[in-house]
Each structure stands twice: as structure tokens, then as C-alpha cells.
Design a protein around this ligand. Structure first.
Ligand code: HEC
Length: 153
């Protein structure tokens, strides 16, 4: 039993470098970036629907979605903005080149999203009024960055 466990642990250590390899291929980074954005949108969707009255308010669902959004908004996304992934350099990218180069502004905008989504997370499970009041700042953090750095269709 003990031997088996040691063998499994050793195998896991050997496998670890492959699992922790840096993603450097622009195509993969773009896929990861789109996936990240879609995850944000996915968590925001029920919160937006409740705020607009398109879906009945449910405290547990709201709290869970807002907590997930806050967790996603706390992720370090710096690796998602690598050179070669900007619009014009690769197919299917809508990221204007400035979001890659204006690191300080990009990080400030993500910090804004982090703060707004933590405020939302604290309020969303309390009641619908609290959810509605905290949604605006999150919407602005998403929309403000898109307006500045996402190529419009
Ligand atoms: C700091 C800037 C920034 C913030 C904050 C931000 N986004 Fe984005 N988002 C972008 C950029 C740039 C793109 C275009 C990415 C691309 O095509 O490579 C994008 C693309 C998207 C897409 C399209 C993904 C796809 O598959 O084409 C969705 C959906 C999205 N964002 C949702 C959100 C939501 C929801 C929020 C807020 C909770 C948010 N974003 C916050 C910059 C931002």
C-alpha cells in the first residue's frame, strides 16, 4: 500500500512539469483569453437577468454567481495579453493593440472590476435591491474596457 502511494506520488511529480508548462503559442493564449471572458459573461448572465427582472431573484443563485465572478476577477490575467495576440496579428482577435502595451491602464481596469465584483459579491445574496445597486459598477468595468480596447464589430 505504502509502496503504491509512493509510486503514485513520484509519477505525479514527474508529470507535473508537463501540466505546469507555460502557454506561449498565441493561438492558445487567444483561446484562453476568450475562454476567460466567456466565463466572466457566464457568471454575470444570471445576475443581469435578475437585476432586469427577466429571472426571479434567488438569493443562493445570486450569491454563488457573484462569488464566482469575484473569484474570476481576482485572477492575474497578465499572461493573456501577450504580443502576437492583438487584432491584426492573429485571426479572431478583437483586442486592440493598445491593451497589450498600456499595461498600467489595463491593470487599473481589472482592479476596478475586482473591486466592483467584490462589492457585488457582498450584496448579491442579501436582496434584489442590493444586487441591483451593485451591478452598475460591474457593468461599467466590463463596458468601459470594451469601449476602449475591444474592436467593435
Ligand atoms: C481590462 C479590459 C476588460 C475587462 C475589464 C473586461 N473585458 Fe471582456 N474583453 C476585453 C477585450 C480586449 C476583448 C476582446 C478579446 C479578443 O477578441 O481577443 C474582450 C472580449 C469579451 C468577450 C468576447 C469573447 C469572445 O469569445 O470573443 C466577452 C463575452 C467579454 N469580453 C465579456 C466581459 C465581461 C462580462 C466582463 C466583465 C465582467 C469583461 N468582459 C471585462 C477586455 C475586457
Amino acid at each position: 500500500m505504502r509502496k503504491t502511494l509512493i509510486a503514485i506520488a513520484a509519477a505525479a511529480l514527474v508529470a507535473a512539469p508537463a501540466l505546469s508548462e507555460n502557454i506561449s503559442d498565441p493561438e492558445e493564449i487567444l483561446t484562453a483569453r476568450h475562454g476567460y471572458m466567456l466565463l466572466l459573461a457566464n457568471q454575470l448572465a444570471p445576475l443581469g437577468a435578475m437585476a432586469k427582472g427577466e429571472m426571479p431573484y434567488d438569493a443562493a443563485t445570486a450569491a454563488r454567481a457573484a462569488a464566482s465572478l469575484a473569484a474570476l476577477a481576482s485572477v492575474d490575467t497578465s499572461m493573456l495579453w501577450a504580443p502576437g495576440t492583438e487584432e491584426g496579428a492573429i485571426e479572431d482577435s478583437s483586442a486592440l493593440p493598445e491593451i497589450l502595451s498600456n499595461t498600467a491602464d489595463r491593470e487599473a481596469r481589472f482592479a476596478e472590476l475586482t473591486t466592483a465584483s467584490h462589492t457585488l459579491s457582498a450584496a448579491a445574496g442579501t436582496d434584489l435591491e442590493g444586487l441591483k445597486a451593485a451591478m452598475g459598477a460591474v457593468g461599467q468595468a466590463c463596458g468601459g474596457c470594451h469601449k476602449q480596447y475591444r474592436k467593435s464589430e
